[in-house]
Design a binder for this molecule. Structure first.
Ligand code: F6R
Length: 277
């Protein structure tokens, strides 16, 4: 795994926005996998600013979000559809019919949503770049500890810790859903490239277990160790429990040097140089 350590959360956001910008430049009709939560908000602000500055365009892109609560109308201000409108969709030139979340319409069988979502992702050619946050319990999407590493988009019951971590976002406990529809672990692993963002000391243990712990369904993010193209972007606080910090820094410096010496013209990052995806 490539672990890149930044001085602060703003630098994580800027770098993540750089990668999304390069993805859009390299493949304007790319498929982006998006996350919600507190962590990517700063990245979405950078992307909206760069769009206003004319530095990038989402006009031909397609998006698939990781997850959506079950039991909230998409117009509910707490739904992830509303979050995405607030943080990104309303500020850039994405075509709304090309923005997807695993939403369950009133009266629809929630068990039918996952297979349809998977087919749509496949029909669009798979996810070129997936953005992830990480839960304090190691979840990615809403794949809570014990989720099958072979799981696909489906209904999941939220862990108590996830519900309590997100209490602050709801006016009353009665309003807060206990279930969601989430991409599965295997769905995430199928993405061609993955960027995992984590900031703050409260994520340090989850990051350590994901990067340096054993691969286990009890810490779903750890399965990313088996993915070919993952970058873990952390600030100093989220990196504070990693044991190989000095090594990750050296790897990054040397990779940047090689990229500078041997870059293919017009392509800034080796991630985008070797074709697949
Ligand atoms: C969000 C998602 C979750 C969050 C995770 C971290 O779509 O799937 O896995 O990424 O809960 O949330 P924050 O960033 O709020 O700490």
């Amino acid at each position: 795994m490539e672990v890149i350590i930044f001085s602060g959360a703003d630098q994580v956001a800027e770098y993540a926005a750089d990668i999304v910008g390069q993805m859009l430049a390299h493949k304007p009709d790319c498929v982006l996998g998006l996350a919600t939560g507190s962590t990517p908000v700063a990245m979405y602000r950078c992307l909206a600013q760069r769009y206003r500055d004319g530095a990038l365009s989402f006009a031909r892109a397609t998006t698939f979000n990781l997850d959506e609560y079950l039991g909230l109308d998409s117009d509910n201000s707490h739904s992830y559809r509303s979050y995405m409108r607030r943080e990104l969709f309303d500020h850039v030139d994405l075509e709304s019919e090309r923005t997807h979340l695993p939403e369950c319409a009133p009266g629809e069988d929630p068990r039918a949503v996952g297979p349809a979502y998977e087919s749509l992702i496949n029909k669009c050619g798979g996810i070129d770049l997936q953005i992830l946050g990480i839960g304090r319990n190691g979840h990615i999407g809403f794949n809570e500890p014990s989720s099958s590493l072979a799981s696909r988009t489906r209904v999941k019951t939220l862990a108590r810790r996830t519900v309590s971590d997100n209490h602050r976002l709801f006016d009353s406990p009665a309003e807060q859903p206990g279930m969601a529809i989430t991409m599965g672990v295997a769905t995430i692993m199928d993405a061609h490239r993955v960027l995992l963002l984590a900031t703050g000391e409260h994520k340090a243990e989850a990051v350590r277990a994901a990067v340096e712990g054993s691969i286990s369904a009890m810490h779903p993010a750890s399965v990313l160790q088996a993915h070919r193209r993952v970058r873990v972007l952390v600030d100093e606080a989220a990196a504070s429990r990693l044991t190989l910090v000095e090594y990750y820094r050296r790897v990054h410096t040397q990779a940047e040097w090689i990229a500078g010496e041997f870059s293919v013209s017009g392509v800034c990052d080796p991630w985008f140089q070797d074709g697949d995806g």
